[in-house]
Ligand binder design. Structure first.
Ligand code: WTA
Length: 663
């Protein structure tokens, strides 16, 4: 199980040898929200009461009748309750002492800075909610967003939540086609975008890409455009509007809609094991309770904290832990638009120092890059206000964990390695920083109230050892469906083992109950913390006129954890670059580059293959199935596994040779 997609030193052997331990520092233990290890047992006794106690800390328009209705695999949380998430993130705070507290400290990549108090944010959100209404957006309508990491993105999301529209944020690194597919699938009525966004010194022309996408999206009636980069844009009359023009005229009077607990809050597309991304459906009350509770306990948030999660809002981490979780907790949130190494490799540490960041949450792929860049960059800055560090998105190798602990946290800050997914909505397996004895490389234990288990192939629970990670009890922020495809929801998540949620991850649990995540066990890759389906990349490749067949596997990568390797056969076999033996020809190299470009154009730069191997044949079983396992072995330079089912064993030798030559 769990073969293939592991970052450096995350082999079972390496993890088994990992016995370092880091206990919470005395001060931390004393002052934390959670100081009593009995919270786990208490939540087990009454998990519904546990979640309900967080719910009572929030503002309800109507209280719920029942905490949970569970008809597997369909859950309804806080049934009968009425609540508005936006009101819990803003109105609740502006009525009290947080009115003038800073909600967002934002910095653009070129260096501009903006600070919005809770009052400022509240006013802007109400204005934009009025704008949405004036453009005909009603409760239940879908609104797509394709934006850089600027405050307007959070404002637009909260404005949707305020009036009950469903937002669908599409990461700004996706291509026009990916954007088009997501808009079409969701049937969005309105798109919010910007002229451009900054990334590593250049400008991504978002509006131009969006224009190409929207051309094929008849559902879109209006496009609202933030002026961010002063790029020239084509404005389509009647359809396109400038954000700042609309906002000037809009009223800040806009009541928050009384949403049903189970009304849809947002859709977020994520990769699965087929070529078509899934629209993950999240609803209102359960999601709010889940992200509110986990933000408070996992990040141990207090009013004086300055909290920075570096994720892009286009991913679920940005939804739950840049926008909703921290704002529901009334936190001061740092946002930075651009790249960590622009213009210099200490950009993050400069921002952390200036803003006085106390809680910092990032991805292992970023930490591995920091490691590679060297300790001199953080060392130039005063990071002594940091008190807690977090990671998310992929397994963190113990070396990166210890580096982070030492060189960013000054050996003083607990590191919370948090495991969760787009589908879970909230953090699921995680240390609680005031009580957990940390083991580098382990995400520790399920959050109180959560039940995670390891199953073997037959669906028997493994008490100690490895297998498939499943979640065997509903949780408040869980996905409710796949948009427009309820059958796939059941099949994808609830059918591998009946009645329990299958995560698609492999993991091991040790004698103390610590979980060690081992990576995906399905056809999903985790490239630099971004989920990409092998099928999506393969479809993009075969879309190229020269390509007959493609098979994509993950290979180890020093920084990205996993990178993409594609084995490609070409049409018209005679005289094609893939045929000749020996090192790749100039024509072959040029074609490989073209194919990488093609994938970038079809999906986005995040899916660009690291290596392309042109080959005359792919290893197949006698029934014609591509043997990916063998390709993975070739790509990782491992001894080949069982080859007895191979139709033509000679293919493998040629391939191995080609792979080595392609370097
Ligand atoms: C992986 C991101 C190990 C895992 C929040 C999961 C992790 C997928 C961790 C979800 C972690 C996330 N340790 N693996 N701490 N966190 N993963 O939907 O394979 O973008 O299934 O959600 O990332 O990715 P997604």
């Amino acid at each position: 199980m769990a073969d293939g997609q592991r970052p450096p030193d995350r082999t079972l052997e390496a993890l088994l040898k990992e016995d370092r331990r880091f206990d919470p520092p005395g001060d931390f233990r004393r002052l934390a929200h959670v100081t009593d290890p009995a919270v786990h047992a208490q939540a087990e006794e009454d998990f519904l009461g546990f979640w309900a106690s967080f719910a009572t800390e929030l503002d309800w328009i109507r209280e719920w009748d029942r905490v949970l209705e569970w008809e597997p695999p369909h859950a309804r949380w806080f049934v009968g309750g009425r609540i508005n998430i936006c009101a819990n993130c803003l109105d609740r705070h502006v009525r009290g002492p947080r009115r003038n507290k800073v909600a967002i400290v934002w910095e653009g990549e070129p260096g501009e800075r903006r600070t919005l108090t809770y009052w400022d944010l509240f006013q802007d959100v109400c204005r934009f909610a009025s704008v949405l209404k004036s453009l005909g957006v009603r409760k239940g309508d879908r609104v797509a967003m394709y934006m850089p990491l600027i405050p307007e993105l959070a404002i637009a999301m909260l404005a949707c939540a305020r009036i009950g529209a469903v937002h669908n944020v599409v990461f700004g690194g996706f291509s026009a086609e990916s954007l088009r597919d997501r808009i079409s699938d969701s049937g969005a009525k309105l798109l919010v975008t910007a002229d451009g966004g900054y990334r590593r010194g250049s400008i991504i022309p978002l509006k131009r890409i969006a224009d190409e996408a929207v051309e094929a999206c008849p559902s879109i009636q209006s496009v609202v455009l933030v002026k961010r980069a002063d790029l020239p844009v084509d404005m389509r009359r009647g359809r396109d509007h400038w954000w700042h023009h609309l906002m000037e005229q809009a009223t800040p009077e806009c009541e928050a809609e009384a949403m049903d607990a189970e009304d849809m809050l947002f859709l977020l597309y994520t990769s699965g094991t087929t070529g078509k991304p899934k629209g993950i459906v999240h609803t209102t009350a359960g999601y709010l309770v889940g992200v509110y509770a986990t933000t408070k306990w996992v990040f141990d948030l207090r009013d004086e904290d300055v909290y920075w999660c570096t994720a892009d809002i286009g991913w679920v981490t940005g939804h739950s832990y840049v926008v909703y979780g921290p704002l529901a907790n009334g936190a001061t949130v740092v946002m930075y638009e651009g790249a960590p190494d622009w213009p210099r490799r200490d950009r993050f540490w400069e921002i952390a120092e200036r803003t006085g960041t106390t809680v910092f949450y990032t991805a292992p792929t970023a930490i591995r890059a920091f490691m590679k860049w060297g300790t001199e960059h953080p060392a130039r800055h005063d990071l002594s206000r940091l008190r807690l560090l977090g990671t998310v998105g992929e397994p963190i190798n113990p070396e990166a964990w210890v580096w982070y602990y030492k060189h960013i946290g000054g050996e003083r800050c607990p590191v919370v390695d948090t495991w969760w997914q787009t589908e879970t909505g909230q953090i699921m397996i995680t240390p609680l920083p005031g009580i957990t004895s940390l083991r580098p490389g382990s995400a520790s234990r399920p959050f109180p109230g959560i039940r995670a288990e390891i199953f073997d192939d037959e669906g028997r629970a493994v008490k100690v050892g490895g297998g498939y990670l499943v979640l065997s009890r509903p949780w408040p922020a869980m996905l409710r469906n796949i948009y427009g495809d309820p059958e796939r929801y059941v099949k994808q998540y609830w059918s591998r083992f009946s009645g329990v949620y299958f995560t698609g991850d492999g993991a091991r649990v040790d004698e103390e109950g610590n979980f060690w995540l081992l990576g995906r066990v399905d056809d999903v890759l985790n490239v630099a913390g971004h989920r990409i389906g092998t099928m999506e990349v393969e479809s993009a490749l075969v879309d190229h006129p020269a390509v007959a067949e493609a098979a994509v596997v993950g290979i180890e990568h020093e920084i990205k954890g996993t990178a993409i390797a594609a084995f490609v056969t070409l049409k018209e076999k005679s005289a094609q670059p893939g045929d000749e033996a020996g090192p790749p020809s100039a024509a072959g190299q040029a074609l490989a580059e073209q194919l990488k470009e093609h994938v970038t154009k079809k999906i986005g730069a995040l899916a660009r293959p690291e290596v392309i191997i042109l080959t005359a044949d792919l290893p197949k079983t006698r029934s014609g199935k591509i043997m990916r396992r063998l390709l993975r072995d070739i790509a990782s330079g491992k001894a080949l596994g069982d080859t007895t089912t191979l139709a033509d064993p000679a293919v493998i030798e040629t391939l191995k040779q080609k792979y080595e030559e392609a370097g």
